[in-house]
Design a protein around this ligand. Structure first.
Ligand SMILES: C[S@@+](CC[C@H](N)C(=O)[O-])C[C@H]1O[C@@H](n2cnc3c(N)ncnc32)[C@H](O)[C@@H]1O
Length: 185
């Protein structure tokens, strides 16, 4: 049964178990379809232009690749995900494996940080320009385990991670309960 079809209690139990084992909840992602992802389209439409000064963009946790049409025409696009979304997808579990070495100058980390156990490690590995999003606890009171979110930063705490790993915030926007940041080294 798909994760979204489980009861709230079943989702929380599954997520709690995965968090205890520090494993990625791949069951949540294996059958992601466009209708599930459409609520994230507005976010993609904001993120794309923020990466407009990049010639090539790796989309970490690319999902159904909503971002791609919002990038500047001609931008080289590299989809990366824990699940092969097409034959081009670089498949990696960012909770288990290092960031792949990709020759890109921009990285989208959109709707992904909530599912990572070691967020600082990812930011230490990234280079160039990053646009990232997060549901911080100061804006979002959604129960985190129900969504299989494994961490719980507030805005200040996550921005402290950016600073400690060498990043400077050049844009910070708010979209509902989410923040969107553009970062440079
Ligand atoms: C909430 S969706 C966001 C999809 C897309 N970025 C968007 O905004 O439309 C999270 C995506 O991250 C991927 N993902 C989750 N955990 C991951 C992990 N540990 N390593 C790599 N990708 C992961 C999922 O497969 C899914 O496609």
């Amino acid at each position: 049964m798909a994760f979204r079809d489980l009861s709230k209690a079943e989702r929380v139990a599954l997520a709690t178990q995965a968090i205890a084992e520090r494993r990625s909840l791949i069951e949540r992602w294996s059958d992601l379809q466009l209708p599930d992802a459409l609520p994230w389209q507005r976010r993609a439409s904001i993120v794309g232009p923020l990466l407009g000064d990049c010639d090539s963009v790796a989309d970490l946790g690319c999902g159904v690749m909503l971002l791609r049409p919002f990038l500047r025409p001609g931008t080289r696009y590299v989809p990366v995900d824990i699940v092969a979304r097409d034959e081009e997808t670089v498949v990696v579990d960012l909770n288990q494996q290092p960031l792949p070495k990709l020759d890109v100058d921009g990285w989208a980390v959109v709707g992904l940080l909530e599912y990572l156990y070691d967020v600082p490690a990812l930011f230490r590995a990234l280079t160039g320009t990053v646009v990232t999003t997060y549901n911080p606890v100061d804006l979002s009171d959604r129960p985190r385990a129900e969504n299989a979110w494994v961490n719980s930063y507030d805005t200040e705490g996550l921005e402290a991670v950016f600073a400690a790993t060498g990043w400077r915030v050049v844009v910070r926007e708010t979209l509902g309960a989410q923040r969107i940041w553009k970062l440079t080294r």
